[in-house]
Design a protein around this ligand. Structure first.
Ligand code: SAH
Ligand code: SF4
Length: 424
């Protein structure tokens, strides 16, 4: 999402007559886009800003944007006085105006509207940097306030774009030659069309039916808002990829309650059962947090058994990381770092075994792969299956196929995280 925000910010500024340069040295103005989802993000940012001190002496100006900007606000000016602009993502549509004030000589310009805003940041001038996948944000912000999470405080309230505007962008992107579109949102399936025309599943299907669009992905879905019609849409519309990322966070209902996730283990598993019952084989991936305050060894074990039940194709697991302003800060971060690391390793080891078997299933089959590029040694073409599995393959010609093109690949070897084969 941050990468796509940068694409939109760059496009908007280019439209104003600014030009992007290749190095920090060549720039007059540096915009530093930041993330604060985990770890000591603010410390990293201040550390990096310290490195910029030398550049500041050369008369360059600095803007800090993104979630650390929103979270730390004017404190950034105090710690790094050479920064002239601090703006969170809810203020990006005002960036040209804010930057004009910096150019006019103002030194402490802020865009920190955050939860006041009802608007989304839409622009026709996105500088799309990804050669094969076009992102479209359909919903911004979050109103769910999970106990551990900083997002509702950094990205503002939940607000959706009109479905017509999304479809118009999808048609424009398809016209540019993109065949893969990824719809984005903190909780993409919490989408609520402000014009009342389409549900999330209907929008998904409509994007999948835009002429020229061959693959549609969407990230991230929240279990609370995961409805059955999403599975029905995947079954009905071939362009929708057979992959759903559905973060569970914990396999223990008690921990889920502490996290304020507003669902139970059983509720989550019911949604998984819908996907398992689909006509197409839907690949499922998830996010997990280990070591949430008070998580007992038995509760952690319930997360491990959940992996066995669901048989995910990918798991992104993180150690609990206390974040500023969040409700879980008052809970004692009771689990020692070493124990969190141990739990993380147990979980990842178990998942590796599951994936080994899951990926072996593809041996001998032929998959459609969208090319993303070549590996660093340039010996193999790299790409992804519709299920989002990385596929590396050999190619019989001296020139590799273009990023964004499709190849049929016969799978000859499998690994826990990728598939390998040859173009057919
Ligand atoms: N909206 C999505 C997740 C967005 S954040 C959802 O609700 O599922 C991406 C992932 O970062 C989360 O799924 C979670 O696993 C992880 N994460 C967020 N805050 C965290 C924290 N304080 N500590 C550790 N992991 C965290
Ligand atoms: Fe964070 Fe929860 Fe919102 Fe996801 S739903 S972004 S985890 S507050």
């Amino acid at each position: 999402m941050n990468a796509h925000d940068s694409e939109k910010v760059i496009g908007t500024l280019e439209r104003q007559g600014y030009a992007q340069v290749d190095s920090e040295e060549a720039a007059d103005l540096l915009l530093y886009n930041t993330c604060s989802i985990r770890d000591k993000a603010e410390q990293k940012v201040f550390h990096r800003l310290n490195d910029y001190k030398k550049l500041a002496k050369a008369g360059k100006r600095f803007a800090v944007i993104g979630c650390v900007a929103q979270q730390e606000g004017e404190k950034i000016f105090d710690r790094a006085p050479y920064v002239s602009l601090v703006a969170g993502s809810a203020s990006y549509r005002r960036l040209p105006e804010l930057i004009a004030r910096v150019e006019a000589g103002e030194t402490r310009v802020t865009g920190l509207d955050d939860r006041q805003t009802e608007e989304t940041f839409e622009t026709e001038f996105t500088a799309r940097k990804n050669p094969y996948r076009a992102y479209i944000t359909i919903i911004e912000g979050c109103d769910k306030f999970c106990a551990y999470c900083v997002v509702p405080y950094t990205r503002g309230k939940e607000r959706s774009r009109g479905s017509e505007s999304v479809l118009e962008e999808a048609r424009r992107i398809a016209g540019m030659g993109y065949t893969e579109i990824q719809l984005l949102g903190q909780n993409v399936n919490s989408y609520r069309d402000p014009t009342g025309k389409k549900s999330f599943a209907e929008l998904l299907a409509a994007v999948g039916e835009v002429p020229g669009v061959r693959r549609v992905r969407f990230m991230t879905s929240h279990p609370r808002d995961f409805t059955r019609d999403i599975v029905e849409a995947i079954d009905a519309v071939p362009a929708l990829c057979d992959h759903v990322h559905l973060p569970v966070q914990s396999g223990s209902t008690r921990v889920l309650r502490q996290m304020a996730r507003e669902y139970t283990r059983d509720w989550y598993l019911e949604r998984i059962a819908w996907m398992k019952a689909a006509k197409r084989e839907i690949s499922i991936s998830t996010d997990v947090i280990v070591g949430f305050p008070g998580e007992t060894p038995e509760e952690f074990e319930q997360t491990v058994t959940l992996l066995d039940v669901v048989q995910y194709d990918a798991v992104f697991a993180f150690k609990y990381s206390p974040r500023p302003n969040t409700p879980s800060l008052v809970m004692i971060d009771s689990i020692p770092e070493a124990e969190k690391s141990k739990r993380l390793q147990i979980l990842l080891d178990r998942q590796k075994e599951i994936q080994k078997v899951n990926y072996e299933r593809h041996l001998g089959s032929t998959l459609e792969v969208m090319v993303e590029g070549t590996n660093t040694a340039r010996e193999q073409v790299v790409g992804r299956s519709s299920q989002n599995k990385p596929v590396n393959f050999t190619w019989p010609h001296p020139i590799a196929p273009a990023p964004g093109s499709y190849q049929r690949v016969k799978i000859t070897r499998t690994f826990p995280n990728s598939l390998a084969g040859e173009a057919v």
